[in-house]
Design a protein around this ligand. Structure first.
Ligand SMILES: *[C@@H]1O[C@H](CO)[C@@H](O)[C@H](O)[C@H]1NC(C)=O
Ligand SMILES: *[C@@H]1O[C@H](CO)[C@@H](O)[C@H](O)[C@H]1NC(C)=O
Ligand SMILES: *[C@@H]1O[C@H](CO)[C@@H](O)[C@H](O)[C@H]1NC(C)=O
Length: 156
């Protein structure tokens, strides 16, 4: 039993993971709160790690400040080259992403939740895409982890 645990832990350590909780990411959030959850690893291609849209999971009013929630599912901070978590908003074609927030990675432990505030754009749209990236800058980890969430911006 102990051997199995060690193997699982070793595999998990091979990759940092990131999950977007609110607005809810594409796909499911199974295994959240366990380091190395399969749904928290989306590696390629850009911009959404290959995960297709399954519809909007949030509606915001234009220009409001909202607190979003994501989880560093696995820590891959490297002291000499700290990475970052970045939020960008793009159009329904998954293009024209603009970075609206960048948070420096620290030695926070796996499963740490982040609740940064962002400002929603002013333009109304039936479908925009919020992209979260974990840029590790860690030579022992994949360079970038992706998650996307679909949402609308409307005054109503
Ligand atoms: C990072 O955090 C871990 C766990 O708390 C700790 O063991 C380690 O010493 C820390 N590393 C540095 C460089 O501070
Ligand atoms: C987010 O905004 C709320 C209220 O608008 C504020 O209380 C909170 O400190 C902000 N959080 C961050 C991380 O800036
Ligand atoms: C909304 O967030 C922005 C940063 O994105 C901040 O400059 C501004 O003060 C915030 N406004 C309110 C009302 O919290």
């Amino acid at each position: 039993m102990k051997a199995v645990v060690v193997i699982v832990a070793t595999l998990a350590m091979a990759a940092a993971h990131i999950c977007m909780v609110s607005p809810r990411q594409r796909g499911t959030l199974q295994g959240l709160d366990k380091p190395g959850a399969a749904d928290c690893i989306r590696l390629s291609p850009e911009p959404c790690g290959g995960q297709k849209s399954d519809g909007n999971t949030a509606i915001f009013k234009p220009g409001v400040n909202v607190s979003i929630i994501f989880q560093k599912n696995l820590n891959h901070w490297d002291q000499s080259t700290p990475g970052s978590f970045n939020i960008a908003i793009g159009d329904s074609e998954e293009k024209n992403f603009k970075t609206i927030l960048s948070v420096k990675d620290t030695n926070s432990s796996s499963l740490t939740y982040y609740y940064p505030n962002i400002t929603i754009p002013m333009e109304e749209t039936k479908h925009a895409v919020m992209q979260l990236t974990y840029v590790t800058k860690n030579p022992k980890a994949p360079a970038v982890f992706y998650q996307c969430a679909d949402f609308a911006i409307t005054r109503e």
